[in-house]
Design a protein around this ligand. Sequence first.
Ligand code: AHG
Ligand code: MN
Ligand code: MN
Ligand code: MN
Length: 335
Amino acid sequence: MAKQNQTLGEFIIEKQTEFKYSSGELSKLINAIRLAAKVVNHEVNKAGLVDILGTAGETNVQGEQQQKLDVLANDAFIRTLTNREIVCGIASEEEDTFVKINSSDRNNQNKYVVLIDPLDGSSNIDVNVSVGTIFSIYRRVTPVGTPVTEEDFLQPGKNQVAAGYVIYGTSTMLVYTTGHGVNGFTLNPAIGTFYLSHPNMIYPDNGRIYSINEGNYVHFPQGVKDYIKYCQTEEDDRPYTSRYIGSLVSDFHRNMIKGGIFIYPKSSKATDGKLRLLYECNPMAFLAEQANAKASNGFERILDIQPTELHQRVPFFCGSKKMVEKAEEFMQKYR
Ligand code: AHG
Ligand code: MN
Ligand code: MN
Ligand code: MN
């Protein structure tokens, strides 16, 4: 039962005993993410007032123009996690390869690795539309005390111990799971405290919103084209409503509250779609499943996929169970 006015800090302490390995380390880690989120929130909120809009002049490993806020958010998360010496490694959408973290006193004694999309929806920054941060946490698989390796990051999503996102929207929220449901916290900006505002978030079983970049329609697989036509057909509770922000975090958040499906399929231009398995799809899939929803690549469960590369991309179908199952039916016809 949610307590009135419970803060995220209080919630983390209360839930500490629920963790499988309850050394307090994961709690400290989530606390550090909470802090970094506040730093990024502060920056995002002043964008437009100070010179942090626009491109940073570099292209990242994804082949994308880095925005100044991409760099700023990446630095804020890496700095906060490094300074607190609570993880042994970090992988980020904005870094070519993973970052090893050596603790000053006890070399590599930390058990957790973090994977982040520091700023999700970069293309929306300059037009004052919601952006986000996505994070994903695993226990390392190599022995504690040895340098972290790529193997520690290339784990299937089902191994995640925690995942979540921050949405810098009309209000700023931190939504996360440790495998015991999904809880959402809203920031009171006046005092800089997150309060539990959305306890035990559940995706509606069915919905009436579909979210896909339809501009790419001609490049989509036939199964996706047919599903879009199904969404638009006047029958039963259809046509559905089309809503697409272009920030995965914001599109996911809305669909979780209202019921809906998000699709970023493969296309004739991008054979694995666009979204990154490790920084975007796995954490969102973990949250989705914890909120009674579903996430697949159109055929198989996202969380079962064994990653082979840090920056691997994957087609993404995520949302209300019945809607994802219906979309998968269409995909199956052309398998
Ligand atoms: P990022 O800003 O972290 O690179 O992610 C952008 C992603 C995701 O947020 C969104 O769902 C998708 O790109 C939008 O892509 P399109 O512009 O191709 O629709
Ligand atoms: Mn990007
Ligand atoms: Mn992203
Ligand atoms: Mn990003």
